[in-house]
Design a protein around this ligand. Structure first.
Ligand code: GDP
Ligand code: MG
Length: 213
């Protein structure tokens, strides 16, 4: 293959959904159980080798807290690609992902490739009860409006939409997210930064859609 084609990619999503963990898995194949929150943004690079080309991703990993929201346009303005991440166990994070998608569609490069990524699938001990999980979890939708400043702190609290046995239930149905992605012409993935499931695919599929000039 020829020389790498550089692609700017920005990671967006609510605080604590696993943006930094997904990129750490992709770049170093590592996972840290207690990752410190990103301040401002972090920059990392990683190459993705396809049969016919090499894409060098220049990745801006942004902070998810609302107080950093106004910085986001600096990172997505010239981006060719974006991964918008949510936590499959936290409904409010999916609402936040949808609002990032809207913002990208309005303000980013019109040809930007957007991947919607549901992370933390390793926490799902059972795929049963998807419907009841979202109905019986009133906490998540309320939190979405109110925890602007410190969503960091509520992230783990709302994760436990679980039964007495302590298992974690899915708060965002895969079919719903997939349908939303199709309507909005987004790539769609579910991942676990912890186990590595699906992470390479996110970047490989984005790389395939990038057309070097
Ligand atoms: P960010 O704020 O979106 O960058 O999220 P981080 O990458 O800092 O992750 C927030 C917390 O979630 C950390 O404690 C991570 O260890 C944890 N985490 C991230 N990804 C996963 C995952 O796929 N599975 C599980 N179980 N925990 C995760
Ligand atoms: Mg981070």
């Amino acid at each position: 293959p020829a020389k790498p084609f550089q692609t700017k990619l920005v990671l967006l999503g609510e605080a604590a959904v696993g943006k930094s963990s997904v990129v750490l898995r992709f770049v170093s194949n590592e996972f840290a159980e207690n990752k410190e929150p990103t301040i401002g943004a972090a920059f990392l690079t990683q190459k993705c080798r396809l049969e016919d080309k090499v894409i060098k991703f220049e990745i801006w990993d942004t902070a998810g807290q609302e107080r950093f929201h106004s910085l986001a346009p600096m990172y997505y303005r010239n981006a060719q690609a974006s991964a918008v991440i949510y936590d499959v166990t936290k409904a409010s994070s999916f609402e936040k992902a949808k609002s990032w998608v809207k913002e990208l569609q309005r303000q980013a490069n019109p040809n930007i490739i957007i991947a919607l990524v549901g992370n933390k699938i390793d926490l799902l001990t059972s795929e049963a009860g998807v419907e009841s999980a979202s109905e019986s979890n009133p906490a998540s939708s309320e939190d979405a409006e109110e925890d602007d400043e410190d969503d960091e702190g509520t992230a783990t609290a709302t994760t436990g939409a679980a039964g007495a046995s302590g298992e974690t239930l899915r708060a965002v149905a895969k079919e719903e997210a997939k349908a939303y992605a199709e309507e909005n012409e987004l790539l769609f993935f579910e991942t676990s930064a912890k186990t590595g499931d699906g992470v390479i695919e996110v970047f490989t599929e984005i790389a395939k859609k990038i057309n070097p000039q």
